[in-house]
Design a protein around this ligand. Structure first.
Ligand code: SF4
Ligand code: SF4
Ligand code: SF4
Length: 296
C-alpha cells in the first residue's frame, strides 16, 4: 500500500472511529472539530469514473431537507423582479446533471486534448465551502452562515430566497425553490420568493461521526476529508506525484474544497459546459476583498 493510500485510510478511519465512539455515548474527536477545526475535502480527479453513486447518495440522505412546496407560488411585486423558480415536479426533481434545489451535487465532464493526448476528466461539483464565504458574510437576513468547522450552510427556516448568496458566489452555487419558506408568512409578494439550497457538507452526519454520504459511497476513494492544513499538504503531495494542478486552494480567497487534476484547470474550464447550475472552473478572485473595498 502506498503512503498516499495509507494516509487516506487514516483520515477516513479517524472519522469512522469517531462515529463508533459517539455510538458508545462518549464524546468523540469530531466534537473538537465542531468546536473549531476547519474541515476540508480533497478530490483526486484522476480517480472519478462518473459512476454517479455520490450523486445518488447525496439525494437519498438529504431527501428530508429538500423543499416541499404546498399551495400557490405568489407572483412577486414588481412582477419581473424575482421570477418563480419551481423544481418540484417529479420530472424536474429527477434532474441530476446540474445543481438544483433537489440535486446538490453533479458530475461535470471535461473531454479534450492536452499536450497532444486525449483526456476525459470527471469533476464532482457542489458548494466549495469557501473559507471567507461571501454568501455567509453578505446574506442580509443572516440565513447563510459558517459553522466553526468551516461548513457553510443556509438555514431554510430563515432564508427569504432573495438570492444574494447566489449573486455574490463566484460559482453561483445556491439554487432557489419558490413556494416555501418564511416569506410566505411574512411578505408573500415582496420578499425573495422561496428558499436557497446547496450542499451542506452533510453537517449532521459529520456531527454524528459519519462521513459525508458522497465520500462514504465512492467506490474509487475520489474524496477525502480532514483538517484544512493536512488536506492542503496532501493536495500538494498528490499534485507533485502526478505532475498535476490544484484548484480551490486560493480561489475566492481560499476554499475548503481542493481539486487535484493531471490536466490544467484552464483546459478543463474550456472543456466543460458552463451555465445555470453548471459552475465554471476558471479564476475566482477573492470576492470578499472586493466586497470590503466597495463598503469603504
Ligand atoms: S462516487 Fe466517486 S467515482 Fe462515482 S461519480 Fe462520485 S466521485 Fe466519481
Ligand atoms: S461556493 Fe458559493 S455558495 Fe459555496 S460557500 Fe462559496 S460563496 Fe458560498
Ligand atoms: S457533502 Fe453531503 S450534501 Fe454535500 S454533496 Fe456530499 S452528500 Fe451532498
Amino acid at each position: 500500500m502506498s503512503n498516499k493510500l495509507s494516509r487516506r485510510s487514516f483520515i477516513k478511519a479517524g472519522l469512522i472511529t469517531a462515529g463508533a465512539v459517539a455510538a458508545a455515548g462518549v464524546p468523540h474527536p469530531l466534537s473538537a472539530k465542531d468546536a473549531g477545526t476547519e474541515l476540508c475535502t480533497l478530490l483526486d480527479l484522476q480517480q472519478c469514473i462518473a459512476c454517479g453513486a455520490c450523486v445518488e447518495a447525496c439525494r437519498e440522505v438529504n431527501e428530508e431537507k429538500f423543499p416541499m412546496p404546498q399551495g400557490s407560488m405568489p407572483d412577486m411585486i414588481p412582477r419581473n423582479k424575482v421570477k418563480i423558480a419551481d423544481w418540484s415536479s417529479a420530472e424536474k426533481r429527477r434532474i441530476d446533471d446540474r445543481l438544483t434545489p433537489y440535486n446538490w451535487l453533479f458530475i461535470q465532464q471535461a473531454v479534450g486534448e492536452y499536450n497532444g493526448e486525449a483526456f476525459e476528466i470527471n469533476i464532482p461539483r457542489r458548494c466549495m465551502h469557501c473559507r471567507n464565504a461571501p454568501c455567509s458574510n453578505l446574506c442580509p437576513f443572516g440565513a447563510a452562515f459558517t459553522q466553526n468547522n468551516g461548513i457553510v450552510r443556509i438555514h431554510p427556516d430563515v432564508c427569504m430566497g432573495g438570492a444574494k448568496c447566489k449573486a455574490v458566489c463566484p460559482w453561483h452555487i445556491p439554487e432557489r425553490q419558490s413556494g416555501v419558506g418564511l416569506h410566505l408568512d411574512l411578505l408573500p409578494q415582496y420578499a425573495g420568493n422561496g428558499v436557497m439550497y446547496k450542499c451542506d457538507r452533510c453537517y449532521d452526519r459529520l456531527k454524528e461521526g459519519e462521513l459525508p454520504a458522497c465520500i462514504e459511497v465512492c467506490p474509487e476513494d475520489v474524496q477525502q476529508i480532514g483538517p484544512h492544513n493536512e488536506i492542503v499538504e496532501e493536495a500538494h503531495q498528490m499534485a507533485k506525484e502526478m505532475g498535476g494542478f490544484i484548484y480551490g486552494e486560493t480561489e475566492n480567497g481560499g476554499t475548503n474544497t481542493i481539486y487535484v487534476s493531471p490536466v490544467p484547470f484552464d483546459e478543463l474550464n474550456r472543456a466543460i459546459d458552463i451555465g445555470p447550475g453548471s459552475p465554471h472552473l476558471g479564476p475566482a478572485a477573492d470576492s470578499m476583498a472586493s466586497a470590503n473595498t466597495m463598503e469603504q
